[in-house]
Design a protein around this ligand. Structure first.
Ligand code: RIB
Length: 289
């Protein structure tokens, strides 16, 4: 089984600060790092480090060639990545002393994937393949519809949340990955139990995976629910923990493991990730966990 990931490639500017800047406040950062990131890239790196066979599709500007090179170093197929005239997407990430973050995104090339390229992505898939995407690239609605009509298993990470996600053909998804914010935005409910109950009723054929940080993760399909606790860890930086979880979960799933085992492996990987700084650089290799 091949996993095709249609996703963002970002340059992350990571600032470490005492606390996240408040409205109207100016504060000094103690460090600045320029690192590879983007939910798409992070998830491809996690898939590859977990041992899956991955093709990444997306777009960069000429300033993002080093991101494509990084994917190649992980043996990720990159022939579905285009170089476009826009600058590469970037993120401004503040990380406070407790490891929490806030992120400002500039989509750039990630929002300029040509329609013809999306068609090539779908043509490159065969039924049974897994197509993963996130909400940082353009036209994911069309991608979900066309791919699922062809019998491709489509998985969506509903991050970052915006109201447009509610209008997507979510009922065609095989897996929907959400955190509490995304779950609340999609369901209009607040507690994990209510979020899962509401989304399960709306999307009866979709497995919903809800990540809850230090409270672990829960997964629901119809009446079947699995809950797994988080692995204990000292938090350094939570950036990309969700991406890491998704990559490890799907890599384990395509190995044929049961859902509980996928969730346990993914939780261990995510815990390792929050113990390190940065996005892609903080994702473990399989032997680390
Ligand atoms: O999930 C973390 C990622 O979100 C960062 O790498 C940043 O680029 C944004 O896409």
């Amino acid at each position: 089984v091949k996993i095709i990931n249609v996703g963002s490639l970002n340059i992350d500017y990571v600032y470490t600060l005492d606390h996240l800047a408040r409205p109207g406040e100016t504060i000094q950062a103690s460090t600045l790092s320029r690192l590879p990131g983007g939910k798409g890239l992070n998830q491809s790196v996690a898939l590859a480090r977990a041992g899956a066979s991955v093709a990444h599709a997306g777009a960069v500007g000429s300033d993002g060639r080093w991101l494509v090179e990084l994917l190649r170093e992980h043996a990720i197929e990159t022939h579905l990545i285009r170089e476009v005239a826009e600058p590469t997407g970037h993120a401004i990430i503040e990380v406070d002393r407790s490891g929490q973050n806030s992120i400002v995104l500039f989509g750039g090339a990630n929002q300029c994937i040509p329609a013809a390229q999306m068609s090539s992505v779908i043509e490159s898939c065969t039924p049974g393949d897994v197509l993963l995407t996130q909400n940082e690239v353009n036209d994911i609605g069309g991608l979900i519809s066309k791919a699922s009509e062809l019998g491709i298993r489509v998985c969506l990470n509903a991050a970052p949340f915006d109201a447009g996600l509610r209008d997507l053909p979510l009922q065609q998804l095989d897996h929907l990955f959400i955190n509490e914010i995304e779950g609340a935005g999609l369901s209009g409910r607040n507690t994990p139990a209510e979020i899962l109950e509401t989304l399960t009723r709306q999307l009866p054929r979709t497995r919903i995976v809800l990540t809850l940080g230090e409270r672990g993760s829960r997964c629901r399909l119809g009446d079947e629910e699995v809950a797994v606790p988080a692995s204990p860890v000292e938090v350094v930086d939570t950036t990309a923990a969700g991406d890491c979880y998704i990559g490890y979960y799907l890599a384990a799933l395509t190995e044929g493991r049961p859902v509980r085992s996928c969730m346990e492996i993914a939780s261990r990987a995510a815990a390792w990730c929050v113990g390190q700084r940065g996005a892609a650089p903080s994702i473990p290799w399989r032997q680390d966990i």
